[in-house]
Design a protein around this ligand. Structure first.
Ligand code: UDX
Ligand code: ADP
Length: 463
């Protein structure tokens, strides 16, 4: 029986997941730790609305559990020492240096966690990989723990996260499945798996909790994301074909999606997928395939990324060519910066890459996103290192009013499908823009006919 859980990493995965575990398992004490003091301070903010992650419904879960059996702390060692089960939910960004640069996952944060656990632990621990990791990482964690530990016994489980941002709480409450990988060959391994099954069984039907060996579990996470991303790239590839024929990509998506073998989900054409997982996981898959000499397998999956990069670049090019081949000095309003609606996460957001291209063409951008903060937008652009921080500051303004953002603009680009954009006063926006007034809808979000009636020159994807 597990009484105390510790989670290392209070981010988009660790935060919501632990909040829901605490909610559903009131007898288990859950402590989420992070080295980022500001982040922990925000999780502990008296006003629960100030928690650092925006997810619909999350505030209510945190309000219910925080201080009851959910705690946020920077005392990593203490939490590790007390817990019987430790989740590792730290970030595993793509490497930006050395071997595997731009492809392999950077495991330094994971390794640091493993070493910290090894240093601190005095009693047996079940260590759960929650971060998305390359296959065989569990082996590496086990090596570190077994070789530097204090004679403490460890069981390593893989429990990949399938929640999607923007619907995290919903996905956690009613997951399609929970996957638990472990050492199925030994009794200790099976017991550890059962301990985690028992946690989820508080609210997830038993039939939806799958147990597998650790490698299957790790690979399933990467490939589930690869399959989803592949669908988006597939429909996006068709969007370009639709634009040069008389076809409409939404009609095509609907027609093929009604085939029950294909299904309707993840066939929404867009300016390109973003998020912390899709690109990273596919790059990982490609890297793993390459490292085993499986070049055809690697090339096959890499094409999903190539298509996505093309879709982002194509959107920017179309905007530039439509604006008479120059955006130099022109104000372009960006509606949306997050990688999808209902999240304040911007990792790998298409908006960043579209902005980068337009800034290189000397456009002046004015960004409005309902949940993304100004410093994050500058951070995202500076991170690309295409130009100096000062040039990014000069090229981009951030407002908290969509009308202000669109005022005197030559064009509007819709980069995130926030519902509120549909309900804007488009006549008012039109009246305050330069003419001709262009809208480039990267999400097929707006009512094109209504906008054309107002007078906009409306351009969308796949039509
Ligand atoms: C994804 C997986 O869905 C989730 O199971 C996993 O745990 C983490 O990675 P997430 O990245 O949060 O979740 O969001 P998701 O809803 O999958 O969207 C990813 C990107 O694809 C977004 O930029 C989204 O806008 C885009 N997308 C999605 C499309 O462009 N069209 C679609 O039809 C679906
Ligand atoms: P994810 O989407 O995977 O949750 P995030 O970047 O949102 O990724 O969250 C990961 C968190 O892990 C960050 O808040 C980071 O500070 C934290 N972290 C990274 N390494 C450590 C560590 N060694 N100890 C504690 N926290 C860590």
């Amino acid at each position: 029986m597990i009484n105390k859980i510790c989670c290392i990493g209070a981010g988009y995965v660790g935060g919501p997941t632990m909040a829901v575990i605490a909610q559903k398992c009131p007898e288990i004490q859950v402590t989420v730790v992070d080295i980022n003091e500001t982040r922990i301070a925000r999780w502990n903010d008296e006003d629960v609305n100030n928690i650092p992650i925006y997810e619909p419904g999350l505030v209510d879960v945190v309000r219910e559990t925080r201080g009851r059996n959910l705690f946020f702390s920077t005392e990593v060692d203490k939490a590790i020492e007390e817990a019987e089960m430790i989740f590792i939910s730290v970030n595993t960004p793509t490497k930006t240096y050395g071997v595997g640069k731009g492809m392999a996952a950077d495991l330094k944060y994971i390794e640091l966690c493993a070493r910290q656990i090894a240093r601190v632990a005095k009693t047996d621990k079940i260590v759960v990989e929650k971060s998305t990791l390359p296959v065989r990482t569990a082996r590496a964690i086990k090596d570190i723990l077994d070789n530097t530990g204090n004679g403490v016994k460890y069981q390593i489980l893989s429990n990949p996260e399938f929640l999607a941002e923007g619907t995290a709480v919903e996905d956690l409450h009613a997951p399609d499945r929970v996957l638990i990988g472990g050492d199925t060959q030994t009794e200790e391994g099976r017991n550890a798996m059962q301990a985690l099954v028992d946690v989820y069984a508080h609210w997830v039907p038993k039939g939806q909790i799958l147990t597998t060996n650790v490698w299957s579990s790790e690979l399933s996470k990467l490939t589930a994301n690869a399959f989803l991303a592949q669908r988006v790239s597939s429909i996006n590839s068709l969007s370009e074909l639709c634009e040069v024929t008389e076809a409409d990509v939404d009609e095509v998506a609907k027609a093929i999606g009604m085939d029950s073998r294909i299904g309707p989900k993840f066939l929404k054409s867009s300016v390109g997928f973003g998020g912390s997982c899709f690109q990273k996981d596919i790059l990982n898959l490609v890297y793993i395939a390459k490292s085993y000499g499986l070049d055809e397998v690697a090339d096959y999956w890499e094409q999903v990324i190539i298509m996505n990069d093309h879709q982002k670049a194509r959107f920017a090019s179309k905007l530039i060519s439509t604006l008479y081949n120059t955006v130099s000095g022109k104000k372009i309003a960006f509606l949306g910066w997050a990688f999808k609606k209902d999240t304040n996460d911007t990792r790998e957001s298409a908006a960043i890459y579209v902005a980068d291209i337009l800034l290189s063409e000397q456009a002046k951008l004015s960004v409005y996103d309902p949940k993304v903060q100004e410093h994050q937008i500058y951070f995202d652009l500076d991170y690309l290192a295409t130009r100096s921080e000062e040039e990014n500051k000069n090229g981009v303004t951030v407002t908290n009013d969509p009308y202000e953002s669109c005022k005197d603009a030559h064009a509007i680009a819709v980069l995130t499908e926030w519902d509120e954009f549909k309900d804007l006063d488009w006549q008012r926006i039109y009246d305050n823009m330069l003419k001709p007034a262009f809208v480039f809808d990267g999400r097929r979000l707006l009512d094109g006919d209504q906008l054309k009636n107002i007078g906009f020159s409306y351009h969308t994807i796949g039509k």
